[in-house]
Design a protein around this ligand. Sequence first.
Ligand code: COA
Length: 378
Amino acid sequence: MTAPLTGRPVISGTGLFTPPESITNEELVASFNAFVDRHNAEHAEAIASGTVEALSHSSVEFIEKASGIKARHVMSKAAILDPATMCPRLPERANDEISVMAEIGVAAARQALERAGRKPEDVDAVLCAASNMQRAYPAMAIEIQQALGIEGFGFDMNVACSSATFGIQTAADYVRAGNAKSVLVVSPEITSGHLNWRDRDSHFIFGDVATAVLVEDAGVAPAGHWEILGTRLKTVFSNNIRNNFGFLNRAAPEGEGAADKLFVQEGRKVFKEVVPMVAQMILDEADRLGLEPAMLRRLWLHQANAGMNRLIAHKVLGHEASDDESPTVLDTYGNTSSAGSIIAFHKHSDDLGAGDTGLICSFGAGYSAGTVFVRKVA
Ligand code: COA
């Protein structure tokens, strides 16, 4: 890569790793209801005397209607569906083996490099941007960097569901500042590890996946890339999506009283508060960039809830968005945290033509939100 640098960031390739195993709503609910029946039978006396509350069944119809999710990919299906376990069981690996998060991140990264026609030696930096890291250190990004054979540097960043867009802006800023010409943003999201599969209100939400985005200087990017027109980030503190797990605070995931060491949320409040915040942010940023929102060809929105996306897309476009204007991957992937909008972009962008403008947008815990406006270049 000897072309002159421009300081203008583009997306020159994306990659996706999808775990082969998938759980349907029917399978999930059958396992959850077996757990409920077992729990209620074991605690029958205490339930009758009013000291323990009976648990209620989950329902396939509720899940699909409330969220739009029909299935989710996972890394450890059998253990999640076993009513006696109900969490992933991923065997610990020795220090000289690649860790599981790095492994799936590398798979996605390799595809992004291949699609951009790049070799690892072309890349200057790796950001591992995800809502949970497998360990404190060494950084996952450095392990991914090493596995790919990339020189330069890497570090981890966590902004929950907005990690990938925050990563893209960070990568774009390296390019803008001339500190790097090619940066990989890798988002391995093993969300099944922080989901409480025993919680009826949220057990259906998440799925596992890994994505990668290669952000490069326009001067070295391959043909058919996406110019990054502008990026904008926003955070507003909220306790409505929270996970208290941490190195000072670590109950075993399935232990008594461990629920707050897993994902917990006030789903209704999140829905009500985040929709207007994100819609306004998109409109403000479009205005700043001189873009007419109604002219956006496609919105690749965060994939948490079909209803949220319908409302946000309507506020932005001024009409009910078609599947073509606001594609969903929620039905088969569930909520994959920061990877969701990148999966949507990866799977639903090849058909757009030069000059088409679109928006990658994430939102979630923090609260946090990120926008990346892009335009296809021939
Ligand atoms: N099966 C059957 N019924 C269920 C159920 C389940 N799995 N879970 C909850 N219910 C019931 C509730 O008990 C409640 O019953 P009630 O009206 O008799 O009290 C009813 O369904 C509605 O529950 P509620 O939690 O208010 O549902 P909702 O319509 O808000 O949908 C979410 C829940 C989580 C799908 C929705 O709030 C959401 O997606 N919010 C945003 C989430 C988000 O983006 N989070 C970010 C994560 S990164």
